[in-house]
Design a protein around this ligand. Structure first.
Ligand code: NAD
Length: 344
């Protein structure tokens, strides 16, 4: 889709529906790419986020007349109505809460669309992770980028699945209770087990790579910074710890931390991200404790931490490139996305 017109590279036009935690991050990540641009954002309420986005020059489109009036009252310029946004965009990224139900609208408008992990696999029939199935999404009309936890599991398990193979993986998801801004959700003084076994994360990994054997359980804890996974994998080959670390070293979007460097908690990882000057203090990579990774008698044990709001963002950018047939090679897309987003 990189078409050269009189020496000018055409950029793919992307619209965002739902400008919240995930939507605003995807808009910025798209804006940071040279081969795509934001042509419209649809938000219902004129919050401070809408004001900031308008300052960045993102064109706003109103979901209905009711919302148009609210934007007018706040002096936030509105480019047009939602239907008009669908006409100017090549692809829409839907980042509304699960079940908002826009599929029919997008189908009628004949526009390609990406949904997020809150939706079910059946909505698109194609669940996405950049390393695992970039090729499958090539030219696709509808794709779902899997959730933050599933993305985290796939980032570290997929290279092991391909390189060594494993008979079984058991993983415990220690989940943060809410996003940091969210003062409504809990628990605030409790640990809540998810009593459905397996938790939905294992089947969700299989929605991308069906032949990965994985069982997951989950607990919710009173923290907002990150999720943490404790992962146990029965390897097919008795490789040593160094083999696993080298494999991850050459896998994009995995970042090692070491307790011996003072990074022994999710709080310290988030502090590192801020100190490094990461945009918004986000961490798009999956954090793996190097000194918490060990192979013993053919079984791999490791801990990883997931920055829930941001690990899926580069995946959305790669999904756009694949669906719009802009780049066939997943590694090239990953490199482009990472460069635009300043991911190491
Ligand atoms: P959010 O509540 O932060 O943002 C949703 C935005 O959509 C808000 O701006 C809201 O005003 C708007 N909205 C709500 N209903 C709408 C509608 N009917 N039409 C248009 N706009 C509407 O939600 P979020 O956390 O960004 O989640 C979006 C999706 O991303 C969900 O599928 C969620 O499961 C997934 N996700 C969230 C996270 C996370 O950490 N927050 C991580 C991974 C995936």
């Amino acid at each position: 889709m990189f078409s050269l017109l009189q020496g000018i590279k055409m950029s793919v036009k992307v619209a965002i529906n739902g400008y919240g935690t995930v939507g605003k991050r995807i808009a910025d990540a798209v804006d940071q790419q040279k081969d795509m641009e934001i042509v419209g954002v649809s938000k219902r309420t004129p919050t401070y986020e809408a004001e900031l986005a308008a300052e960045k020059g993102f064109p706003f489109y109103a979901a209905s007349d009711k919302y148009l009036k609210a934007f007018d009252e706040k002096d936030i310029p509105v480019e047009g109505m939602f239907d008009e946004m669908l006409e100017v965009a090549d692809l829409i990224v839907d980042a509304t809460p699960k079940g908002a139900g826009y599929k029919e609208t997008f189908e009628k408008a004949g526009i390609k669309a990406i949904w997020q992990g809150g939706e079910k696999h059946s909505l698109t029939g194609l669940s996405f992770n950049s390393m695992a199935n970039y090729e499958e999404a090539y030219g696709a009309d509808y794709v779902r980028v899997v959730s933050c936890n599933t993305t985290g599991l796939l980032r570290t398990l997929y290279p092991i699945h391909v390189d060594i193979g494993f008979d079984k993986c058991n993983a415990v998801m220690i989940r943060r209770s809410a996003d940091p801004w969210d003062t409504k959700r809990g628990p605030i003084n409790s640990i809540d087990p998810v009593l459905n076994i397996p938790s939905h994360h294992g089947p969700d990994v299989q929605s991308v790579v069906p032949d990965i054997d994985i069982q997951t359980t989950a607990v919710k804890v009173p923290t907002t910074l990150m999720h943490l996974h404790s992962v146990i994998v029965d390897l097919k080959e008795d490789v040593d710890t160094d083999h696993i670390l080298k494999l991850w070293e050459k896998t994009p979007r995995i970042k090692f931390f070491e307790a011996s460097q003072g990074v022994d908690s999710t709080a310290k990882i988030m502090e590192w991200a801020k100190d490094r000057g990461n945009f918004r203090g986000d961490l798009n990579e999956i954090a793996v404790w190097k000194d918490g990774t060990q192979v013993k008698d053919g079984t791999l044990y490791y801990y990883q931490a997931i920055h829930q709001e941001s690990d899926i963002i580069p995946e959305n950018v790669d999904a756009i490139r694949s669906m719009m047939e802009m780049e066939e090679d997943k590694m090239k897309s990953i490199q482009l996305t990472n460069a635009g987003m300043s991911i190491e």
